[in-house]
Design a protein around this ligand. Structure first.
Ligand code: PLP
Length: 504
C-alpha cells in the first residue's frame, strides 16, 4: 500500500488520543481506522483535483503534498524527507510537532474547550504569570489570534493610550486644535498582515491595488526603512501619534536596519511624545537571536505584536505585549476577541514561551545563526548573482540578482544530501513575498541541531552553483549514528528533562 508509513503514523497518533479519551467505542474505532487508511490512499492527482475544485488559489505552493512533519523535517509521500528551512514562516520555531507543546495543548483541550473571556480560565492566569516572569512586572499582554490581529491590535491600543494617557495631553490637544488627522508612521516594504488596515500600510502594489481605495491611508505616513531623516521629516507636522516598524523586516526581504536606527527612533518618540509600536510577529521570540529582536538594538517598545512562534505551530495564538501603564488604561469591552485567550491557546503560548526559555533557544538561534550565515557567506562569496547574505540569529536572507528565486528554491528542494545514514531530498526554503521577490528566506526551526545545519550547507552550495560544493560536504555526518552517539544524545535528553523536573 502506498503511503503506509504516513497512515500508520497517523493511526497511532489519533487512535491513541481517541481511545485514551474513551470517546470512541472499539467497533467505531475500526471504522475510524478504515476511514483513515482510505484517506491516506488517495493519490496526489485526486488530492490536486479536490483542492483545485474547492479551494481558492490564493497561494501557489510547489506541487508536493506534505503528509507529516516532525522536528526539523517535513515528509511527503513515500517517506520523502526534506530539512525544514522555512518553519511555516516561523510558526514552527520550536520544531514541527513539538512534543511538549502538543502535550500542553492536549492537556488543555482535555479540560475544556473555548470558554470566551466572559468566563475566567486558569490557563489565562498562568500565561499572565509567565509573561511577568519573562518580561518583568512592567509589562502586560492582551491575547489575540492571528499575527495580523496582534499587529493591528497593537496599533489600535496605541491610539487608545494616546487618547487617554495624561502624557500625551498637550500633543493631542494641539492636534485637535489644528484639526489634523492623527497618523502613524510606517516603513515601506513592511508586512503587517492582510486586514484592510494592514493592506493600507503596505507599499507592495500586489497586496493593495486590487482592494483600492484603502481609506485608512490618510491616517498613515510612509518612510524608508532604516532612514532616520525620513522619520524626522515625517514628524515635522506634529500629526503623528505612533511609529510602527518591524525591528527586522521579514516579508520585505529580511532587512536589518542600521545599528543605531531603532535607538534613534526611540529617542525621537520620546522627544515628540509619540508611541513606539514594534511588530515582532516574525522576528520575535528567539528568531533573531534574542527574546525580542528589539533587544538586539537596545530598545523597548511601548507596544509589541507577537504571534507565529507563540502558537507552537499548532493553532493561531498571538498577543499584544505592552507597557503596564498603557495596559492599565484599557477598560473591559474596549478590545478583545471570542477565541483570543482561550484555554488551549493560552496553554500553547505558555508552553511555547517556556520551551524557548528552558531550551535556551534564543542563544541557540544566535550561535547557530552566526555559524550558518558565515557558512552561507563562504558559499556565496564568489557567486556573482548573490548580492548579499544577511540576517540576525536564524532569520537569514539570501538576496540574489538576475535569478528567479522560486527556481532556486526548487533547486534547494532537489539538492539531496545524506544525514545520519538517511537520504534527505533537499532543503525547503521559500522566497520573501513583498518587494521584488529577490530574497530567499532561510529560517530553520530554532531547535535545528548544529549537525543538520552543517550537513545542509552542502545542499545549499550545490543548488547555488558553487564550483566545488564537495568542499562543504560533512562526510562525518553521513554515517548513521553509532550506538554510543545515540546513547549520548538520549542521555542528554534524559538529563534535560530530569533537570526540568527537579527545577519544578
Ligand atoms: C511581521 C508580521 N506581522 C504580521 C504578520 C501577519 O501574521 P498572520 O499571518 O498570522 O496574520 C506577519 C506574517 O507573516 C508578519 O511577518
Amino acid at each position: 500500500m502506498e503511503n503506509i508509513d504516513g497512515a500508520i503514523y497517523r493511526l497511532k497518533d489519533l487512535g491513541r488520543l481517541a481511545l485514551g479519551r474513551g470517546e470512541i467505542a472499539v467497533e467505531e474505532m475500526a471504522s475510524f481506522i478504515s476511514w483513515l487508511v482510505r484517506d491516506s490512499q488517495i493519490s496526489a492527482d485526486e488530492l490536486e483535483k479536490m483542492e483545485s475544485g474547492g479551494v481558492v488559489k490564493n497561494y501557489n505552493p510547489p506541487n508536493i503534498f506534505i503528509e507529516r512533519a516532525e522536528g526539523d523535517f517535513i515528509y511527503g509521500k513515500n517517506g520523502r524527507q526534506w530539512a525544514d528551512f522555512q518553519s511555516a514562516y516561523s510558526a514552527n520555531n520550536l520544531g514541527n510537532r513539538n512534543a511538549r507543546i502538543t502535550g500542553a495543548a492536549n492537556w488543555a483541550q482535555a479540560m475544556s474547550s473555548v470558554l470566551s473571556r466572559a468566563r475566567k480560565s486558569p490557563q489565562l492566569a498562568l500565561l499572565g504569570g509567565e509573561i511577568t516572569r519573562l518580561f518583568g512586572p512592567n509589562y502586560k499582554m492582551l491575547p489575540m489570534n492571528s499575527g495580523c490581529e496582534a499587529s493591528e491590535g497593537a496599533c489600535i491600543l496605541a491610539k487608545l493610550a494616546f487618547n487617554r494617557h495624561p502624557r500625551f495631553e498637550e500633543r493631542r490637544n494641539k492636534m485637535r486644535e489644528k484639526g489634523v488627522t492623527p497618523k502613524v508612521i510606517f516603513a515601506k516594504r513592511n508586512f503587517h498582515g492582510r486586514s484592510f488596515w494592514a493592506k493600507a500600510t503596505s507599499s507592495s502594489p500586489e497586496y493593495k491595488d486590487p482592494f483600492a481605495p484603502l481609506t485608512m491611508e490618510q491616517e498613515m505616513r510612509m518612510v524608508e526603512f532604516g532612514n532616520i531623516d525620513d522619520i524626522k521629516e515625517a514628524l515635522k507636522d506634529d500629526d503623528v501619534y505612533a511609529i510602527m516598524l518591524e525591528p527586522i523586516q521579514g516579508e520585505g526581504g529580511v532587512n536589518v536596519p542600521p545599528e543605531n536606527y531603532l535607538k534613534q527612533v526611540r529617542q525621537l518618540c520620546d522627544e515628540h511624545n509619540v508611541l513606539l509600536v514594534l511588530d515582532e510577529v516574525q522576528c520575535g521570540l528567539g528568531r533573531a537571536g534574542a527574546l525580542l529582536a528589539q533587544h538586539n538594538f537596545g530598545v523597548e517598545a511601548d507596544f509589541t505584536a507577537l504571534g507565529k512562534s507563540l502558537s507552537g505551530g499548532i493553532l493561531p495564538a498571538s498577543m499584544v505585549l505592552m507597557k503596564k501603564e498603557y495596559g492599565d488604561l484599557i477598560r473591559p469591552g474596549e478590545h478583545g476577541s471570542t477565541f483570543g485567550g482561550s484555554p488551549i491557546a493560552c496553554a500553547i503560548m505558555r508552553a511555547s514561551l517556556k520551551e524557548m526559555e528552558d531550551r535556551r533557544l534564543r542563544d541557540a538561534s544566535r550561535e547557530n545563526g552566526g555559524f550558518f550565515i558565515e557558512q552561507l557567506r563562504e558559499v556565496c562569496k564568489d557567486l556573482p548573482y548573490v548580492k548579499e547574505v544577511r540576517g540576525m540569529g536564524l532569520m537569514i536572507g539570501i538576496e540574489v540578482t538576475a535569478l528567479d528565486t522560486e527556481n532556486i528554491c526548487q533547486k534547494f528542494r532537489e539538492s539531496s544530501f545524506v544525514y545520519r545514514g538517511k537520504k534527505i531530498e533537499g532543503v525547503w526554503t521559500n522566497s520573501t513575498h513583498s518587494g521584488k521577490n529577490t530574497v530567499i528566506r532561510v529560517t530553520p526551526p530554532l531547535t535545528m541541531d548544529r549537525g543538520l545545519l552543517r550537513a545542509s550547507v552542502y545542499a545549499f552550495a550545490k543548488a547555488l552553483g558553487h564550483k566545488n560544493p564537495e568542499k562543504f560536504r560533512a562526510y562525518d555526518l553521513e554515517k548513521p549514528e553509532t550506538i554510543s552517539e545515540r546513547i549520548s544524545s538520549v542521555t542528554k535528553g534524559v538529563q534535560y528533562y530530569a533537570r526540568r523536573i527537579l527545577n519544578h
